[in-house]
Ligand binder design. Structure first.
Ligand code: LMR
Length: 397
């Protein structure tokens, strides 16, 4: 069985972390994976999480199985966060939400569900470029995955005309994966007006939108970043939304996310949920308790919710400050190069324009790790490591 199995390549993102972990250089820097570090280079344990955990620890409960679709209080809180508490899909019970193993787990549940219930030959479209795991995940679920134009290296922005033209030629029923905010990897988001046009084309052509929202709160704020989801939900039609609390609650290892689906009626939603539960049951039976409980506790308490929003805002602001600092320092150290675009990018990442050869040099000569595409995690920069990073970038340019 195993003799013919070939060695798989390292994961393009987590493989960078593996290489970083193996590096013996004490001055190494990991700008690969999308993880937020504070100014001391530490992954924060949020105060709202500590307080929620203290509340939970004070009333320790046995660990029986959760329902297949997860903790009910969690699912409800997530649904209200994603669609808005008073939104029609929620009040009319047309939305369903299941707890998932992070945003990746939510995408996989959606992919498996879609593969099972979409007509044969249905294809998936992701942006060019997209988070590396999108293609792999939908291909593993059995789909043919295509890419629609998205990033324009000439303008460092979105090739919107190309994107819209591609949407207009997709077959009805095609699944279109869209980044709700903080596009990963480019940091280039659509404007409100561009979203209006995308929603119009997706809806009128009968495409199936799958919104990935792994970075809610890292763009402009929780409600602001969630707007696109709400606008799609108002437009009607089937809608898939994967969301994650890995980054926004700094709960990476707890694997807390959810898949929400908006359907046309409460009756349709009930049938969808019943089938989605079968996907969960045959994959991992039911989700783990702890992370979901922490998030549900924090979202349910006005005090902890406020604390969370403040802590998330602090992360968002620090990332923006790092963008400013990076650009200012690069102006000094690499005066012939224009990095102003970094300030306009949103979320954790900068699609820096560094080539694979330059990324290799950063890694081999300076123990600075980035993704081969040139994506760097701005949220891993801090006032202590930025000079080392800027000096190294200036040398490899
Ligand atoms: C990333 O893009 O770096 C994150 O979403 C982490 C991951 O799982 O790839």
């Amino acid at each position: 069985l195993f003799s013919a199995i070939e060695m798989a390549p390292r994961d393009p993102i987590l493989g960078v972390t593996e290489a970083y972990n193996a590096d013996q250089n004490p001055a190494k820097t990991n700008l690969g994976v999308g993880v937020y570090y504070d100014d001391n280079g530490k992954v924060p344990l949020l105060e709202c999480v500590k307080k929620a955990e203290a509340e939970l620890a004070a009333k320790l409960a046995p660990r029986t199985y959760l329902p297949i679709d997860g903790l009910a209080t969690y699912d409800r809180a997530v649904q209200e966060l994603v669609f808005g508490a008073g939104s029609a899909v929620v009040t009319e019970k047309r939305a369903i939400t299941v707890q998932a193993l992070g945003g990746t787990g939510a995408l996989k549940l959606g992919a498996d569900f879609l593969k099972h219930f979409s007509p044969a030959g249905t294809e998936v479209w992701i942006s060019d470029p997209s988070w590396e795991n999108h293609r792999a995940l939908f291909e593993m679920a059995g789909f043919k995955v295509n890419a629609y134009p998205y990033y324009d290296p000439a303008t460092r922005g979105v090739n919107f005309a190309g994107m819209l033209d591609a949407l207009k030629t997709m077959k009805s029923g095609s699944v279109v994966l869209l980044h709700a905010c903080c596009h990963n990897p480019t940091g280039a988001d659509l404007t409100d007006d561009q979203w209006t046009q995308v929603i119009e084309v997706v809806t009128s052509r009968g495409l199936v939108p799958f919104l990935d929202m792994a970075y809610q709160g890292f763009g402009d704020g929780i409600a602001e970043d969630g707007q696109v989801v709400r606008r799609f939900a108002e437009a009607g039609g089937p809608l898939f939304v994967s969301n994650s609390f890995s980054k926004s609650f700094s709960l990476y290892g707890e694997r807390v996310g959810a898949l929400s689906i908006a359907a046309a009626s409460a009756e349709e939603a009930a049938r969808v949920l019943s089938q989605l539960k079968r996907v969960v049951r045959t994959n991992y039976s039911n989700p783990p308790i702890h992370g979901g409980q922490v998030v549900a506790t924090a979202l349910a308490s006005p005090e902890l919710r406020k604390l969370w929003e403040d802590e998330l805002a602090e992360m968002r602001v620090r990332i923006r400050e790092m963008r400013q600092l990076l650009v200012a320092k690069l102006k000094e150290k690499a005066p012939g190069h224009d990095f102003d675009f970094v300030i306009k990018q949103r979320g954790m990442f900068s699609y820096s324009g560094l080539t694979k050869a330059q990324v290799d040099r950063l890694r081999n000569e300076f123990s600075i790790y980035a993704v081969d595409t040139g994506r760097i995690c701005v949220a891993a920069l801090n006032t202590k490591n930025i000079d080392v990073v800027v000096d190294a970038i200036a040398k490899v340019l």
